[in-house]
Design a protein around this ligand. Structure first.
Ligand code: 13P
Ligand code: SF4
Length: 304
């Protein structure tokens, strides 16, 4: 079936089902194109919490759909590809986190939203890449456990005097970006600021002119007077960057910056999900309630 015809059918079904389509900034171009809302993890969880729609079609990865289910248990949350996971989220298990908590009694756990609902349920507060510094600064404790992203944790630790116990997780996609590659690109394109995501490794982050979440990148590139940018995050971000700034040029720092999980969801998958109303992601109450506490504590911190 032709792309346009699938998009038309999806739009029709969205209306019939009283559904909203949320898409992460890393989704395929044609999926972002039909989304009601595109955004970063923080923006999408806030949208999921406030929408009046009865059905949320979450085009993203599993932990994002879980967050929507945690915040809106009365809604049906569809994840068109149940196999779209996040390898970083899988790097922390409830059992291992419990063991670490036992060895560090009283030390609060700050957990990146890229984690399972069960891990969130074991955490004191969540954070995203957009609010991690503020979240950590909101805590009075001198020590924190930060899971699962060691790179985001290390980056945030530079903004406070707190002692960080870093989990050894990382994003395999961002980790593929090497500092030598960025250095060469910067030398060859001295007019182009290098903007990167804090999931990149510390050597790469040290080379950045600006470090931010995916939504932070849209703001930065729109407001900047520069005409060209070197982009250090997943390739999906380019679609909206180019659309919003047709006169500017965006250089992806490496062709390896493609997350296979974020690329799984096709228009056909979205259509199938809306037709069959499957697969549904539903977090059980005993996990949902404590996980919601950690997410809501984060959402109470105002966004800039
Ligand atoms: P943000 O959209 O929060 O910057 O997230 C990046 C990411 O890797 C999501 O999986
Ligand atoms: Fe997970 Fe990285 Fe893919 Fe985001 S880009 S879903 S953190 S593997």
């Amino acid at each position: 079936m032709e792309q346009q015809s699938i998009q038309t059918q999806i739009k029709k079904l969205l209306k019939e089902r009283n559904a909203v389509l949320l898409a992460h900034n890393y989704m395929r171009d044609e999926v972002q194109e039909i989304a009601d809302i595109t955004g970063d993890s923080l923006a999408l969880s806030m949208e999921a919490a406030k929408t009046d729609a009865e059905v949320i079609v979450f085009c993203g990865v599993h932990f994002m759909a879980e967050s929507a289910s945690i915040l809106s248990p009365e809604k049906t949350v569809l994840l068109p590809r149940l196999d779209a996971g996040c390898p970083m989220a899988d790097m922390v298990t409830v059992e291992a986190l419990r063991d670490l908590k036992k060895s560090l009694p009283g030390v609060p756990v700050v957990t990146y939203v890229n984690s399972s609902a069960a891990v969130k349920a074991e955490s004191d507060i969540c954070c995203t890449s957009a609010n991690a510094v503020k979240v950590v600064q909101s805590l009075e404790d001198d020590e924190i456990i930060f899971a699962p992203d060691r790179n985001l944790g290390r980056y945030v630790s530079g903004f406070t005097n707190k002692r960080f116990h870093l989990w050894e997780g990382y994003c395999p996609t961002h980790e593929r970006l090497r500092a030598e590659v960025v250095q060469e690109l910067k030398q060859n394109n001295p007019d182009a600021p290098f903007v990167c995501h804090p999931e990149c490794n510390p050597q790469v982050v040290a080379l950045a002119d600006h470090v931010c979440s995916t939504t932070g990148m849209y703001d930065y590139c729109r407001k900047s007077s520069a005409k060209r940018f070197i982009i250090g995050t997943e390739a999906g971000i380019l679609w909206r960057l180019k659309r919003e700034n047709p006169e500017k040029e965006f250089i992806l720092a490496s062709p390896a910056l493609v997350c296979p999980n974020m690329k799984l969801t096709s228009l056909e998958d979205v259509l199938e999900a809306l037709t069959t109303m499957q697969p549904v992601v539903k977090v059980p109450e005993e996990t949902r309630v404590p996980a919601k506490r950690a997410l809501e504590r984060m959402l109470a911190i105002p966004r800039d």
